[in-house]
Write a protein that binds this ligand. Structure first.
Ligand SMILES: Nc1ncnc2c1ncn2[C@@H]1O[C@H](COP(=O)(O)OP(=O)(O)OP(=O)(O)O)[C@@H](O)[C@H]1O
Ligand SMILES: O=P(O)(O)OC[C@H]1O[C@H](OP(=O)(O)OP(=O)(O)O)[C@H](O)[C@@H]1O
Ligand SMILES: O=C(O)c1cccnc1
Length: 491
């Protein structure tokens, strides 16, 4: 399948926060550029008050890291930056360094579509401090948004219970890039297709759609409009029936369906876009069935989300396909996934790694030190628990998992419980060592992941909290570092 190779040329190296560059300049100047660091990208809360999150954005991360370079125009722009005294902010030597910079980093990440939970490392970057810092902003930009939308899509598709969900969001998306990456993430999360034609071309997503109210309004009456559309699209005819009156529109759609049959076509569906979708869909179904159009599908749209879809199904709505736009591609009601990128350890001159922890008044914001990995344990195809551990100390044969927000909540994992590490090697020394799966495969992976989660984790109201926490030695190390940093005696 085609990849979006030409969308963002040249490199987007400047798409980083200014402070990453001022820190890079200071690191270069102060001689710590040769030191190594390891950073972890994780989030602290599942979006949408939900019980799970689906990781997305890795393919864009790979693309960004692979083509990262500061070109002459980037360097010229940086050379223009002045400090408060009107002097150049960046020294020529630093800019030359940036011009030669290659991101010789190791990146490990969970594959796209993997179910992930708060605190877990979703992605890890290890290498010289400057490249690690420069990547903070773009990696968060890419992973936070796409993960949010993939998770929203998974929720909407779970609500639809297997009926197809089409993503109709481009017109309400956050800009062109928001539209494209939302379409991709929505497909990854389970949507059956998109109305966004460029996303279809770039990512190989099936493109689908009906017609707008404007089509009907272009004609003097609805009958004429339906007939013209059906004549032009006999094999792809879904008629929007609510421009003037939904049920009268259904009657005209039935007439058009009869006409289509006489001309070798078939009315594929109707779309309802306003009013009481439960009642209208039942009444439309009754009329279509009575007229011999049992196979004509009823599609609904109109500011839908997972909660409205659940409610409509509970009310017995006869809706076979869902068109979901605004609330899907904007991740309503969560403006963003709150992913963060935190330093876990540093190493000087090839010596031993030294753990680092960031304190916060809010214990949920205290970072997790180490070179983090996560082991997922399972039983009979169902996920049991996730154990976040430090590769520097390793994982005991029978680990104890401690909930970082309540250390009295613990889970013992018996030795021999099957499980696997989630972070896979993506780059080694800046060289790509991972073959990203095709989007279709990532989508199948997401579906398998959702199937392996207990139903309680997927419910929308007060979901069960999946046991994901810190391996006990890591939890103890973190506690010790926090006490040390606060100048308190060890517990
Ligand atoms: N039976 C229902 N149960 C729950 N929510 C519904 C039901 N029918 C429609 N909705 C949802 O209620 C919200 C408001 O619908 P409303 O009927 O006000 O739209 P409308 O005013 O008819 O449409 P429009 O403003 O697009 O012309 C929408 O999000 C819609 O999806
Ligand atoms: O409601 P969403 O989930 O975003 O789905 C997409 C919406 O976009 C279209 O209409 P548009 O909103 O442009 O106009 P309308 O409200 O007048 O139908 C379509 O008819 C849907 O209602
Ligand atoms: O094809 C459709 O029905 C469609 C496309 C975009 C937005 N709303 C509806």
């Amino acid at each position: 399948m085609p990849v979006p190779t030409d969308l963002y040329r040249p490199s987007l190296a400047l798409l980083t926060d200014f402070y990453e560059l001022t820190m890079a300049a200071a690191a270069w100047k102060s001689g710590i550029a040769g030191e190594e660091a390891v950073f972890t990208l994780s989030f602290r809360k599942n979006p949408f008050e939900g019980g799970f999150t689906l990781a997305a954005g890795l393919e864009s991360v790979i693309d960004h890291v692979s083509r990262h370079r500061f070109d002459a125009s980037d360097l010229a722009y940086l050379a223009e930056q002045r400090d408060g005294h009107g002097k150049p902010l960046f020294e020529p030597g630093f800019l030359e360094y940036l011009g030669r910079l290659e991101l010789a980093v190791d990146v490990d990440a969970v594959p796209e579509g993997t179910a992930v939970f708060p605190w877990e490392p979703v992605l890890r970057v290890r290498g010289p401090v400057i490249p690690c810092m420069l990547l903070e902003t773009p990696l968060l930009t890419l992973v936070n948004f796409q993960t949010l939308i993939a998770t929203k899509a998974a929720r909407v598709c779970l609500a639809a219970g297997g009926a197809p969900v089409l993503e109709f969001g481009a017109r309400r998306a956050q800009g062109f890039d928001g539209a494209l990456s939302a379409s991709r993430a929505a497909y990854l999360g389970g949507c059956a297709g998109t109305s966004n034609v460029l996303a279809g071309k770039l990512f190989g997503i099936p493109v689908k759609g009906t017609h707008a109210h404007a089509w009907v309004m272009l004609f003097d009456d609805e009958r004429e409009a339906f007939r013209a559309y059906a004549g032009a699209m006999p094999g792809n005819c879904v008629l929007l029936v609510d421009t003037y009156d939904s049920l009268a529109g259904v009657e005209r759609a039935i007439e058009t369906g009869r006409w289509l049959r006489e001309h070798g076509g078939e009315l594929a569906g109707i779309r309802l876009d306003s009013g009481d979708l439960a009642w209208l869909s039942q009444e439309a179904r009754r009329r279509l069935d009575a007229a011999g159009f049992e196979r004509t599908a009823i599609m609904a749209s109109n500011e839908l989300d997972e909660h409205i879809i659940v409610s409509l199904r509970d009310q017995g709505a006869c809706i076979a396909a869902w068109g979901v736009g605004t609330r899907l591609v904007t991740g309503a009601d969560d403006g963003a996934l709150g992913g963060v990128y935190k330093l876990g350890a540093v190493r000087r001159g090839g010596g031993p790694w030294q753990h680092r922890v960031k304190l916060s008044e809010q214990s949920s914001k205290t970072s997790v030190p180490g070179v983090l990995q996560v082991r997922r344990f399972r039983h009979d195809g169902v996920y049991l628990a996730d154990c976040i551990y430090d590769e520097l100390t390793g994982l005991p044969a029978a680990p104890t998992i401690v909930d970082p927000t309540d250390h009295t909540r613990r889970r013992e994992i018996p030795a021999g419980t099957p499980g696997e590490d989630l972070l896979a090697p993506i780059f080694r020394g800046g060289r790509l060592v991972y073959a990203p799966p095709a989007l279709e495969e990532a989508r199948r992976h997401a579906a398998r992941e959702l199937a392996a989660l207990h139903a309680g984790v997927k419910r929308f109201v007060y979901p069960h909290q999946f046991p994901a926490g810190l391996e006990r030695n890591l939890f103890d190390l973190r506690t010790r570092l926090v006490l040390e940093a606060r100048g308190l005696p060890a517990a």
